[in-house]
Design a protein around this ligand. Structure first.
Ligand code: YH5
Length: 271
């Protein structure tokens, strides 16, 4: 996968969980999800990230069967309708294997290939892999997260995951510090401020600040539905600080904002 250095790559979020689309029965849900993905591509998404299990703070896992039941029909339809690469947001080897077979191109693993079976799947398919950092598990990760130095600690973790992946021939890695995954507000801000230090590892950096609770915390408790401006500010800052990919819900406004951020980033001063 080639990620442009002068244009920020936009990954559009497609949640295929029961609460994501209007409940007009399974078929309507599938069609709505496919249409939403097509809309995001028209709006400027370069990739579509499909997830069938919520990993929000406090959420409970679902079975691989249930996750596959949610995502497979959408992926099967979407690969016929678009050339935009699909990434699968899953940490389950079985879900990864089935969806990659069905035409997904990128593995987005919020557990960063810590499951050896997931490592095997990634090696089998030789697909690009998003290695995300998470401290703890979604159910409890937001109870008192602690680091010596959040950036150095995550960097060390990346170096270890990179070495393990490279040892089995996985070379196309994308690093994600995991905004909100076992991080306080201050941790999230330090990560976004010091992103360049992750970029120094030599891999593209992706961040997913979209609508997350740190934006609510900074805006007097705005709910997730009112966090667009905060999301735009976060993706623009991330871009200027070294991110090459952003994972967002609101593709059109983020794309417009990033066109300006990209132009500023790519302006090189002379004399
Ligand atoms: C991510 O950062 N996040 S799922 C809580 C929210 C809003 C959104 C309203 N998968 C990431 O998007 N994959 C998720 O509060 C991810 N990076 C990567 N690579 C959580 C999510 C969300 C959580």
């Amino acid at each position: 996968m080639n990620f442009s250095t002068d244009k920020t790559t936009i990954m559009g979020i497609l949640n295929v969980t029961p609460d994501s689309f209007s409940d007009g029965g399974q078929f309507n849900n599938i069609e709505e999800a496919v249409e939403h993905a097509i809309k995001m591509i028209q709006d400027g998404a370069d990739l579509i990230d499909i997830g069938g299990e919520s990993t929000r703070p406090g959420s409970e896992p679902v079975s691989a069967e249930e996750e596959l039941r949610r995502v497979m029909p959408v992926i099967e339809r979407l690969v016929k309708k678009t050339d935009a690469p699909i990434s699968i947001d899953s940490y389950k080897p079985r879900v990864a294997r089935e969806t990659l077979k069905a035409g997904a191109k990128i593995l987005n693993d919020v557990t960063g290939l810590t499951n050896p079976e997931m490592m095997t799947v990634a090696a089998e398919f030789k697909c690009p892999v998003v290695i995300m950092h998470m401290q703890g598990k979604p159910k409890t990760m937001q109870t008192n997260p602690q680091y010596d130095d959040v950036v150095n600690d995550i960097k060390k973790n990346f170096q270890e995951r990179i070495a393990a992946a490279r040892a089995v021939g996985i070379t196309e890695l994308i690093l994600d510090p995991g905004i909100g995954f076992g991080k306080t507000l201050e941790h999230n801000l330090i990560i976004l401020k010091r992103l360049k230090e992750f970029a120094d590892l030599g891999y593209p950096i992706i961040v997913g600040p979209s609508r997350k609770s740190f934006i609510g915390q900074l805006t007097g408790g705005l709910p997730a539905t009112k966090r667009l401006e905060g999301t735009i500010a976060a993706v623009v800052a991330a871009r200027l600080n070294g991110a090459s990919i952003v994972r967002v819900h609101d593709v059109l406004p983020c794309r417009r904002a990033l066109q300006i951020a990209d132009a500023i980033f790519n302006t090189h001063l002379s004399s």
